[in-house]
Design a protein. Structure first.
Length: 121
């Protein structure tokens, strides 16, 4: 799991003011699932309750179909799913809307989304 935490840390380190150890402790309550393609780390999902976050590595793109697959168990279990997207990540926000998410809140740094129904086709 250290490889996964290291990969996640390398993506966020330039933007945060915490140590790697603090970051790792913050992940303790999350279900972290690495997804490999050809033995290489391609994606990681982080789930805590109905909240989902995901990222890709090595040039792999995240498609609406992948996200639908990750969301399906949350929608079945909780009846909804949530995520948040950095304000400057307009492409990611469009993707969240494309799969059926609606904006529930906006803060200085994030746009929060909620999906209450089945994902759009």
């Amino acid at each position: 799991m250290n490889e996964v935490i290291d990969a996640l840390w390398s993506q966020i380190e330039p933007d945060v003011y915490i140590t790697r150890e603090q970051f790792a402790r913050g992940l303790e309550e999350w279900e972290i699932t690495p997804i490999r393609i050809g033995g290489e780390l391609a994606y990681v999902t982080l789930i805590r309750g109905p909240e989902l976050h995901y990222t890709s590595f090595g040039g792999h793109r995240i498609s609406p179909g992948l996200i639908r697959g990750w969301l399906a168990p949350l929608l079945e279990r909780y009846g909804y799913a949530t995520t948040r997207t950095p304000r400057e990540e307009l492409r990611q926000q469009r993707l969240n809307v494309l799969i059926g998410g609606r904006v529930t809140e906006e803060s200085e740094f994030f746009v929060h989304f909620r999906l209450d129904q089945k994902c759009r086709s």
